[in-house]
Ligand binder design. Structure first.
Ligand SMILES: N[C@@H](CCC(=O)N[C@@H](CS)C(=O)NCC(=O)O)C(=O)O
Length: 210
C-alpha cells in the first residue's frame, strides 16, 4: 500500500532533508522519489507539474501537491498536530524563525556548502557568503542561550527547519565547536525519537515506505 505522503527530493538537498526529518520525527513513513538535479530532472515537464518552481523538495499528500519546504512543515504540523504552535503567539514566533532561516541562515550556509562540494567561484564570492553564514550562526548561537528549543520548552517546526540547514554546516566547513549553544541544541534535537541525519534518512534512489 502506498504511504500517505510522497516526498520528491534529493539526498544532497537541505530543504529535502527538512521535510524528510519532519516526516520521520512525526512518525510518518513516506514514499520517496529521487529527483536527479545533475540530470536536470527538476526542470522536466513532469516535475514542473509537481513543483512549478522547478525545485526540490515537493510533497504529494491526499492528491494535494505542496512545495517550499517551510510551508510543507507547516502543512504537516497542521495535519498531525505535532511540532505545531499551541496558540497565536507561538505561531507568530515560529513563523519569525521560518522567515529568518530562509532570509539569513540558509543562503550563507547552503552556498558555502555548494562551493565546498561542487564548484568554487572567486574567493571574494566565497568570503562574502561565509561571512553571512557566520553572522547567521552567531545570531542563532546567541538566541539559543538559556533556551531548550527555539520557541519554548518543546520542539516545533522552527527547530526542524533551522536544524535542516545547520545539519550541513560541517560540509560547508563551519566547525560547530565555535558555537557552543548550537551544539547543545543540536544534541537535544538529535535525541528526539525518529531522528536521523541527512544521509541516513534520504535514500539515493526511489524507495517506498522510508
Ligand atoms: N525555498 C525553496 C528552496 C529549494 C531549493 O533551493 N532547492 C534546490 C536544491 S537544495 C533546488 O531545487 N535547486 C535547483 C533550482 O533552484 O533550480 C524550499 O525551501 O523548498
Amino acid at each position: 500500500m502506498a504511504a500517505a505522503y510522497t516526498l520528491y527530493g534529493s539526498f544532497l538537498s537541505a530543504p529535502t532533508y527538512k521535510v524528510g526529518l519532519m516526516l520521520a520525527l512525526s512518525g510518518l513513513t513516506f514514499d520517496y522519489r529521487h529527483i536527479d538535479l545533475a540530470k536536470g530532472q527538476h526542470k522536466s515537464p513532469d516535475f514542473l507539474r509537481i513543483n512549478r518552481y522547478g525545485q526540490v523538495p515537493a510533497v504529494i499528500h491526499d492528491g494535494f501537491t505542496l512545495c517550499q519546504a517551510n510551508t510543507i512543515l507547516e502543512y504537516i504540523a497542521e495535519q498531525t498536530g505535532k511540532f505545531a504552535a499551541a496558540d497565536t503567539a507561538e505561531r507568530q514566533r515560529i513563523r519569525e524563525w521560518l522567515v529568518w532561516e530562509t532570509d539569513r541562515l540558509e543562503p550563507g550556509i547552503n552556498r558555502s556548502r555548494f562551493f565546498e562540494r561542487f564548484a568554487k567561484p572567486d574567493q571574494a564570492v566565497v568570503d562574502y557568503h561565509r561571512k553571512w553564514a557566520e553572522m547567521g550562526l552567531e545570531v542563532l548561537n546567541t538566541l539559543l542561550d538559556g533556551k531548550r528549543f527555539l520557541v519554548g520548552e518543546r520542539p516545533t517546526i522552527a527547530d526542524i527547519s533551522v536544524f535542516g540547514v545547520v545539519a550541513h554546516m560541517a560540509e560547508a566547513k563551519f566547525d560547530i565547536a565555535a558555537w557552543p549553544q548550537i551544539k547543545v541544541w543540536w544534541d537535544r534535537v538529535a535525541a528526539l525519537p525518529g531522528f536521523r541525519l541527512p544521509y541516513d534518512l534520504l535514500p539515493k534512489g526511489d524507495q517506498d515506505a522510508v
